[in-house]
Write a protein that binds this ligand. Structure first.
Ligand code: HEM
Length: 451
């Protein structure tokens, strides 16, 4: 494994010029993931990717990403694309910046400590158990594993957030959230969306969906406040938490933003990670056999308890490797707050650095036989030898995913339950393609025979 040289100058970096007027916009609009990947194959891991009126520096260099995300993170805020996410998420943890973000992060962090996660794991187990039972009805039929995973992770997230809400309200959140996320993705990916959507009625529909979403979430908050009842869920933890300086609690609007942020950040990512991993497993029966041997040894026929998770090391490696090949968040961007310089590369105020997680995970010099699905590369000793930030499915630095442990335990639980009870055969001759929206999802789903 080659380590990055940290002191040699990187500048001058190559420029991907693209179209004479629109620069790299057409390539990015056609297929953003392929565009960034192929440009890297042509120019190397760090290159300039201008679009009209904006310079984007793309990189998959672990050290460069570490510099921006961690070492000099104070000089960077979330990239411009996060402003579009604000339409739905408001000013929650994902989209906020600076001191306000830091205050919120400190407030929310305890909800993801081990003790709270153990409580949430019980609720997760209940939802998962019901889901596996309901899946029995589909045995012998064709399923779309991507759709299945989206539905079950949404249920888990909703239970973890609002454990006491009615089925009807949860469905309303799920449906309106799916619609508004689709809208935001389309705004992000279609350069003409801002002109088209007010005219073709999509903007109006979006506003309607948002008001349903807000109403249900604010109602859940009000109900909890009025009843005075306590429930073991994220809403409760966030409601009870107090700011260090003022000792005050979050107001309803901020609670709404954080709840919707958690739901949005927390289910589609895990769902896509799982769907891609199950798709890889369906092609690797030997790995499935090894996984099943571990499940049998640790849990027998039961679902794992919270304490068992640590022993499910091979399954954890399978998940890590699945997210290496198909990182649910394929890149994170940052905008420079003031002029900066990294190894001779000048980064001016307002320029964007795009950390390309997908590209880093597919580099041959960082991961031998990078295209091969090989969970053994995540054995503890080998992980220790990996260059820092060469593997970063959860991002890095102070803005590392707050839900990473939640996601890992959820994915372990679901993989165990699914492979205890079912076999998955990929339907032949289907097109499986990646679509890089906010998350990396299978464009046409992934069809499987459930056995
Ligand atoms: C496999 C599943 C997941 C993946 C791959 C993932 C990935 C990420 C990444 C890469 C970031 C950093 C974004 C950036 O730096 O711009 C992030 C942030 C975040 N994630 Fe996750 N995530 C997952 C699951 C979850 C879950 C389950 C939750 C909540 C229950 C969650 C909540 C958040 C929040 C709130 C942030 C913003 C943190 C901050 O800026 O302080 N994520 N996630």
């Amino acid at each position: 494994m080659i380590k990055e040289a940290t002191t040699t100058p990187l500048a001058p970096i190559p420029v991907s010029k693209g179209h004479w007027l629109l620069k790299n916009l057409p390539g990015m609009g056609k297929n953003i993931l392929t565009h960034f990947y192929e440009t890297e194959q042509k120019f190397g891991p760090t290159y300039d990717n201008p679009i009209p009126f904006m310079r984007i520096i793309c990189t998959s260099e672990p050290d460069f990403m570490r510099y921006v995300l961690q070492q000099n993170h104070r000089n960077y805020k979330k990239g411009k694309s996060y402003d579009v996410l604000k339409l739905v998420l408001g000013n929650g943890l994902v989209t906020s910046n600076g001191q306000f973000w830091q205050k919120q992060r400190r407030l929310a962090q305890p909800a993801f400590h081990k003790k709270s996660l153990a409580d949430l794991f019980d609720a997760m187990g209940e939802v998962a158990g019901d889901y596996f039972n309901s899946l029995e009805a589909k045995r012998g039929t064709e399923i779309d594993i991507a759709r299945e995973m989206m539905a079950v992770t949404a249920r888990i997230a909703l239970k973890a957030l609002f454990s006491d809400n009615s089925e009807e309200d949860m469905n309303a959140v799920y449906e309106s959230m799916t619609d508004v996320q689709r809208y935001v993705s389309d705004v992000l990916n279609d350069p003409f969306a801002r002109i088209k959507f007010p005219l073709n009625g999509r903007k109006k529909q979006f506003k309607k969906d948002m008001s349903v979403l807000n109403e249900v979430v604010l109602k859940a908050i009000a109900k909890r406040r009025e009843s005075g009842e306590k429930h073991p869920d994220l809403l409760q933890m966030m409601m009870d938490a107090t700011y260090e300086d003022s000792n005050e609690q979050m107001n309803d609007q901020q609670l709404r933003d954080e709840m919707i942020t958690m739901f949005s950040a927390g289910h589609e990512t895990s769902a896509n990670g799982l769907a891609w991993t199950i798709h890889l497993l369906a092609k690797h029966p030997k790995i499935v056999a090894k996984m099943r041997a571990e499940i049998k040894a640790v849990c027998g026929d039961k679902l794992p308890g919270f304490q068992d998770l640590r022993q499910l090391t091979y399954i954890r490696q399978v998940i890590d490797e699945g997210m290496r090949l198909y990182p649910p968040v394929w890149g994170v961007s940052r905008t420079a707050i003031a002029d900066d310089e990294y190894r001779g590369v000048k980064i001016k105020k307002d320029e964007v650095v795009f950390c390309l997680i997908y590209n880093a995970h597919h580099r041959e010099d960082l991961f031998e036989n990078a295209k091969t699905f090989n969970p053994d590369r995540f054995e503890t000793a080998k992980v220790k030898a990996m260059p820092k930030m060469s593997y970063l499915p959860f991002g890095g630095g102070p803005r590392l995913c707050i839900g990473n442990m939640f996601a890992l335990m959820e994915m372990q639980l679901l993989l165990v339950g699914l492979f205890q009870r079912f076999d998955f055969d990929l339907i032949k001759d289907q097109i499986i393609d990646m679509e890089a929206l906010v998350t990396l999802r299978p464009r046409y789903g992934i069809k499987m025979n459930l056995k």
